[in-house]
Each structure stands twice: as structure tokens, then as C-alpha cells.
Design a protein around this ligand. Structure first.
Ligand code: MG
Length: 449
């Protein structure tokens, strides 16, 4: 992992580690690296979005790059615009983090997040401060454009509008006061759904609830789906790349359910194809993909890694268990507008969401952690590999050990001084038992270091 960029760009607390000095320096580094060209810059709805966008944009123009200001937009709309129109995209967003956070993320000219190697090149320039400043006559311009309509129409063109319209679905949408407020309700309305919105006025204080679409944060949405007899509920995070669903019975569906459902549907439709997902995803995805005649490919954790692998393998679908779904026939990035339209299409054609979900294979997951200082993480992984060398395991990301009763994934956290332990089995007791046993082993191995 690079020093500056994390799994999803550079993030921090506004005016502490995420300030205009960093934004300016990073903007100059990005512009120097790009060496001319046009950059699209968009933001989510956070209060610090103008401050950071203007700093990054000024810095880019100082290096001779032109900037297109896209305003407040979902990250997938910036990605689509970048793919079609510019040499690079920048999303000013901290995704699902609390309101005091913000971040800067780069998007390559194909619409997919920059690979780590390119981030490292930018980082090198950032730390060396070896910036290429343009002559007075060559500094860049700032223009503006609005990519919202283009994004909405692009999503709508990928689904069967007539079937959705005929089904007369009632959908409750919770945009977490984020950038999805500009797109998700409008997509569903255009497609003929009856739409009721919650927290769908852009507001960077997040007055409705925190931005992460967890069951706790979505209580109002769940209650409203139940009390209004809606067909489904849809929630976005602040930058609207992730979508989480509530079924017609008012049940919160963990992201692995919709990931599994969509993987099954797409592989069935195509009659095969490759699906890509991180090693942390539920076995239910592998089960449905294989039984539908497709191939499942596991990657390390992180949506840019999944997206890049999808491109390389010509995959038909991919995604993460957190509600980040990637549709190869639209664009290679997490795309909440597309996810909403596709799930609504599925419900319109095949029936109640609860029934579609209830027939999927079901596994229980146990998540726990062990504190581990960052400087011991590497040594601990080496020792754990030695400890489990006689077991059936892969090391695509951390250590995933396969047993008859399930699997255990042990991996260092990318953001905190700890190791994460995920255990999956057919029932909760077994998953818990696996988790407990491996937590103990990780502690023992760590103590010996
Ligand atoms: Mg997000």
C-alpha cells in the first residue's frame, strides 16, 4: 500500500490531515504526472467540497492542465464522463465516512480508478515537489459541464424500461443527503416507478443519518418500506457508488445477497462468463455462478482491483459484499444508479425481492479482529503462513484457509493497526467457532514475535 493513497484515494479529516495545502500539492503532482490534458473534477455533497475542489483545480491549471468542473455528482457519473470526455477524473469524496472527512481519488481515462503503480508515480512527484509549472501563457482554464443527464440516460438505456413501467413498482429511496440525490430518484421515476424519497436533499451535515448504509443507519427507510407496503427500498452512500437494498418484507439485505442475486441473473442470462469478487465475499456467489455455468475469479480486497481484473479477464460482472456492484456492460466501476435500475428490473420481471433472495444459498459470517502494530503486520503474516502451511489455503489477499465446514480469511487491515478475521460456515455457531479458534491462534503467533 502506498503512503499517501489508501484503497480508495487519499482521505482525512478536513483542515487537519485533509487540507488545502495537501490538495494543492497533490493537484500539482497529478498535473505534473499527467503532463497536460483535461481533467474532470466532481464532488459529493460534503461542506468542504468547494474548498478542496478549488484547491485541486487551481493547482492543476498551474501545471497547464485544463479542468472541467462537474459540480456535485455521484462518483460513477464522474467516471462515465471521464471515460467519454477527458484524460483524467478526480472525485472529491470520502464516500461513506462521517461528514468531517473528505478525500481525493483519481480516475483513469477509461473510467476506472487509477492502478496502484500510477498512484505511486504521482506520490513520488508529490513528495519530491518536483512540479512542472506552466509558462504564464500556458496555464490551464477552468470550464464547467453537467454530466447528470448523460449518466441518467446511460443507466436507463441498459434496462428494460417497458417491463419496469408495466410492473408499477413503489420504491423508497434514501440518498443519505449525498450525491445520489441528483440521480437515483430521477432514474427510478423516469423508469415509471412510484418513488418516495428520504434524505434526498443534498446536505453535507448529513442530517438524516451517517452516510454508511448500515442496518442501524437505515431504520427510517426500513420502517417506511414496511408501513407503506413498498416493493423495495434503496439506500446510497454519500458518493452513490454503493447501493444497499431493503426487500418487500422490510428486511435489510446485506450486500452479499444482492451481489449473489445479480451474479446469478447475469450469468444465467448470458449463459456463462466470468464473475470477479474479492476473497472476502460469501461462497454463495461462487455457488450460483458455478451452478449457472460461469467461472468465479477471486481477487484481493478493493474495488479498483476487482474492476481492473474484470477488464483483463473480459468478465461479465463483479462486485463487493458492501453493495458495490460493477456491471461490465455499463462501466468498470461501482455504480449505484446502475445497481438500482438492475435490481428494479429484476423485481419487475421476476417478482418479489424477498422471494428472489430466499432461494439463494445462505451462509453465516463471523467477523472479529486482533490488534497488531503496523510494523509487525508483515512478520505476522509470514509466521501465520508457516503455521498453516499444511492446510489448504490461498494467499490472494492475506491468508484464506479452506476447511470442510467453511473458510477463514486472516488479513491485515489497510487502515487500522489490526488484523481482521472473517469466518464463513453454513451456520452461525460453526462460523463463530472457526472465528474464535483462529483469533486465538493469531494472538498466540503474534505473542511469539
Ligand atoms: Mg462510496
Amino acid at each position: 500500500m502506498s503512503e499517501l493513497f489508501g484503497t480508495n484515494g487519499v482521505r482525512g479529516i478536513v483542515n487537519e490531515d485533509m487540507n488545502i495545502d495537501l490538495a494543492t500539492r497533490l493537484g500539482k503532482a497529478i498535473g505534473t504526472w499527467l503532463n497536460g490534458g483535461t481533467v474532470a473534477v466532481g464532488t459529493d455533497t460534503r461542506l468542504s467540497n468547494h474548498m478542496l475542489k478549488n484547491a485541486v483545480s487551481s493547482a492543476l491549471t498551474s501545471t497547464g492542465c485544463d479542468v472541467i468542473d462537474l459540480g456535485e455528482v455521484p462518483t460513477p457519473a464522474i467516471q462515465l464522463f471521464t471515460r467519454e470526455n477527458t484524460d483524467l477524473g478526480i472525485a472529491i469524496t470520502a464516500s461513506h465516512n462521517p461528514p468531517q472527512f473528505n478525500g481525493i481519488k483519481c480516475i483513469d481515462d477509461d473510467g476506472t480508478e487509477l492502478i496502484e503503480g500510477k498512484e505511486e508515480e504521482i506520490e513520488k512527484i508529490y513528495f519530491s515537489e518536483n512540479f512542472r509549472l506552466a509558462r504564464w501563457s500556458d496555464v490551464g482554464k477552468v470550464m464547467s459541464d453537467d454530466p447528470i443527464r448523460e449518466y441518467i440516460e446511460s443507466v436507463e438505456s441498459k434496462v428494460d424500461e417497458k417491463s419496469i413501467r408495466d410492473a408499477e413498482l413503489k420504491v423508497i429511496v434514501d440518498c443519505a443527503n449525498g450525491a445520489g440525490s441528483y440521480t437515483t430518484p430521477y432514474i427510478l421515476k423516469d423508469l415509471g416507478c412510484e418513488v418516495v424519497t428520504l434524505n434526498s436533499q443534498p446536505d453535507g451535515t448529513f442530517p438524516g443519518h451517517e452516510s454508511e448504509p448500515t442496518e442501524d443507519n437505515l431504520k427510517d427507510l426500513i420502517d417506511l418500506v414496511k408501513s407503506s407496503d413498498a416493493d423495495l427500498g434503496i439506500a446510497n452512500d454519500c458518493d452513490a457508488d454503493r447501493a444497499i437494498f431493503i426487500d418487500d418484507k422490510g428486511r435489510f439485505l446485506h450486500g452479499d445477497k444482492t451481489l449473489t442475486l445479480m451474479a446469478k441473473k447475469i450469468v444465467e442470462e448470458i449463459g456463462g462468463g466470468t464473475v470477479v469478487t474479492p476473497v472476502s465475499s460469501s461462497t454463495s456467489v461462487e455457488d450460483v455462478v458455478k451452478s449457472s455455468g460461469g467461472d468465479l475469479l477471486y481477487t484481493a480486497v478493493g474495488s479498483p482491483i476487482v474492476a481492473r481484473e474484470m477488464i483483463d479477464r473480459g468478465a461479465v460482472f463483479g462486485g463487493e459484499e458492501n453493495g458495490g456492484l460493477i456491471f461490465a456492460d455499463h462501466q468498470y466501476c461501482r455504480d449505484a444508479g446502475m445497481a438500482a435500475a438492475k435490481i428494479v428490473e429484476l423485481v419487475a420481471i421476476e417478482g418479489h425481492l424477498s422471494e428472489l433472495v430466499d432461494v439463494l444459498p445462505c451462509y453465516a459470517l463471523d467477523k472479529r479482529g486482533v490488534g497488531c502494530p503496523d510494523d509487525l503486520k508483515g512478520k505476522l503474516m509470514d509466521d501465520l503462513k508457516e503455521r498453516f502451511k499444511s492446510e489448504d489455503y490461498n494467499d490472494v489477499d492475506g491468508l484464506k484457509i479452506y476447511y470442510d465446514e467453511g473458510w477463514v480469511l486472516i488479513r491485515p487491515s489497510g487502515t487500522e493497526p489490526k488484523y481482521r478475521i472473517y469466518s464463513e460456515a453454513e451456520d452461525q455457531d460453526t462460523a463463530k467457532e472457526l472465528g474464535h479458534k483462529h483469533q486465538k491462534i493469531v494472538r498466540e503467533v503474534l505473542e511469539k514475535i
